[in-house]
Design a binder for this molecule. Structure first.
Ligand code: BG6
Length: 305
């Protein structure tokens, strides 16, 4: 009976929600909006009882998200929240909850909660695809297999952190760091920039590769590291051409890609970070690991709290 989904949230959760939108629209063929709760709650958006609202919150207590949820409820929408904290207010006020079970987040920056929010988004997307028959049994098996391989692949990345540490030493003097990605690489880029702000107190921006020419290019010179998220997928060539535009302005490219991507475009980059090859929709979860580590090591090098 649902004809529209609205995902509402703040901060990191927004980036997980954006990945959710891409996955749910592709796998479930249903329109999905992603909204910042702090905007949504004040603008009287249009929704009704045929809308499914998905609030995402690690703590389950963020006031803007809670107020947006209450607004949606008052309009008759069904609420399925994605929360990490058992029994939190957002969880209690929802029709149903998908708990992410990441354990408590100790620091301000959401890290493992983000990873589990992505898995929650994949599960919702798969379930909708299964119910609406927009995904075949085989497709569901393939995605589930990719998701179940994630712990081993994350371990693989964690074993190769040394080059990352080296890269971040070079960041110390940068005044600004940019992140660029396409498709679900775009929310991954937003997340990378947010982590640098939260942990290393640095100016950082993430943007969609296609937007490079519409403004951000003006910021690039030899002092600006640009982290390019470029899995070897059907948009790889386009992202590589963005990378070339950055390099033409002497920007320092740190390429994050899989083996094929690194082999094809890595020699031109200032630094390279290799991650295992996965289904394009799963890349945000894997690519966010080196991105979180970049922020962490930059914070250590800079001596921020
Ligand atoms: C911010 C945190 O203050 O709150 C972010 O710095 C977090 O990391 C955001 O994503 C939202 O919090 P929550 O608990 O609703 O997920």
């Amino acid at each position: 009976k649902i004809d529209k989904i609205v995902i509402i949230e703040c901060g990191t959760d927004f980036n997980a929600g954006l990945v959710g939108k891409y996955a749910i629209e592709k796998w479930g063929n249903i329109p999905v909006d992603v909204e910042l709760a702090s905007e949504y709650r004040y603008r009287e958006p249009s929704l009704d009882e045929k809308t499914l609202v998905i609030p995402i919150s690690q703590s389950g207590e963020t006031m803007d998200t809670l107020m947006a949820l209450r607004y949606a409820k008052s309009k008759g929408a069904k609420i399925l929240s994605v929360c990490n904290t058992n029994g939190s207010t957002i969880a209690r006020e929802s029709d149903s909850v998908l708990y992410t079970h990441a354990g408590p987040e100790i620091a301000v920056a959401s890290t493992k909660a983000f990873a589990t929010q992505l898995v929650a988004m994949y599960l919702i997307g798969i379930e909708i695809g299964r119910k609406l028959h927009t995904l075949t049994k085989k497709e569901i098996e393939v995605i589930c297999e990719e998701v179940s391989q994630l712990p081993a692949r994350v371990e693989q990345i964690l074993e190769t952190v040394e080059p990352l540490r080296e890269t971040t030493r070079k960041f110390k003097s940068a005044e600004s760091i940019l992140f660029l990605g396409r498709h679900v690489g775009y929310p991954t880029a937003l997340e990378g920039a947010l982590k640098l702000k939260e942990l290393a107190y640095m100016h950082a921006e993430g943007f969609a590769g296609g937007e490079l020419k519409h403004g951000p290019i003006a910021l690039i010179d030899e002092n600006v590291p640009v982290i390019v998220i470029a899995p070897h997928d059907n948009l790889f060539e386009k992202t590589v051409s963005n990378m070339q535009e950055v390099m033409a302005r002497k920007g320092k490219v740190i390429l994050i890609s899989d083996r094929r991507g690194i082999e094809q475009a890595g020699n031109k980059a200032w630094a390279r970070i290799e991650v295992p090859a996965v289904d394009p929709f799963i890349t945000p979860l894997l690519y966010s690991v080196p991105i979180q580590l970049l922020a962490y090591h930059t914070a250590v090098v800079k001596g921020t709290d």
